[in-house]
Design a protein around this ligand. Structure first.
Ligand code: ZN
Length: 256
């Protein structure tokens, strides 16, 4: 009996962990957009630290290490939950860290001349992923439903939840590779790109929270979502991926 309970615990735990993933394609598309917006100097420095791998190639590193207990301390960095009507700054910071403290730590370590190459590389990969997570609105959702993970829905004929719809269901349904996806984003002028890159990490988190509040209102618990939902929300999701890429480039260009 004990064994079964333990097994169940792991299955539930694993499936929750798996649900906290902006799909691989989404993270890679963000990496691809960022890659195209790096300065020469940043590109060179990053190539060295990543041993020639691209931003898209390492964009899922932070999710891949989740299964390894050694890296458990980083699992709370993928999201930040606080009440819908509150500001992040008014909250008591989580003891385990969160998306914002995680990003700050990554930046500090990559910036520090005394950090080893190994550390710089590790935290750079984490940073590339976390800036992506920041733009998935349900990663800035509410604590009581674990960022929408507890809001059960149907995605076509399959069980899903609000977090997963935004992490992966819509992107998978769209059916593009990450390079196709990145190439399909609206063409922007330099001025429009600059406007998107304005602001701080905290500003971007607050923007995601505002979107999350609308996303919460977009469904009824147990609802069956189909094409219509993607039709209504794809534009928002696409914009978030594109913003994620442009802002990741901004953060990296400033860092190197
Ligand atoms: Zn993540």
């Amino acid at each position: 009996m004990k064994k079964i309970t333990l097994l169940l615990f792991f299955i539930v735990h694993l499936s929750y962990a798996n649900d906290m993933i902006w799909s691989k394609t989404g993270h890679r598309a963000i990496g691809e957009v960022a890659q195209e917006h790096l300065t020469k100097k940043a590109k060179r420095a990053i190539e060295k630290l990543l041993d020639g791998e691209s931003l898209a190639e390492v964009a899922n590193f932070a999710d891949e290490i989740k299964a390894d207990r050694k890296y458990r301390e980083f699992s709370a960095w993928h999201y930040v939950n606080y009440p819908a009507d509150a500001k992040y700054g008014d909250q008591k910071p989580s003891e385990n860290g969160d998306l914002i403290t995680g990003i700050k730590k990554c930046i500090a370590i990559v910036k520090d001349d005394n950090s080893s190459k190994e550390d710089k590389s590790f935290y750079l990969k984490m940073l590339i992923h976390l800036i992506g997570d920041l733009h998935q609105p349900m990663h800035v959702g509410r604590l009581e439903d674990k960022g929408g993970n507890d809001i059960q829905l149907q995605w076509f004929d399959n069980g899903s939840n609000l977090h997963r719809v935004w992490d992966s269901n819509m992107i998978k349904e769209y059916g593009m590779s990450y390079t196709e996806l990145a190439a399909s984003f609206p063409k922007l002028s330099r001025k429009q790109e600059k406007a998107i890159q304005k602001g701080t990490v905290l500003d971007w988190v607050e923007e995601s929270q505002e979107i999350a509040n609308k996303v919460y209102e977009s469904v009824e618990v147990g609802e069956k979502l189909r094409y219509r939902y993607s039709y209504l929300w794809w534009g928002t999701l696409e914009k978030q991926l594109q913003k994620g890429g442009l802002r990741l480039a901004k953060v990296l260009n400033e860092l190197f």
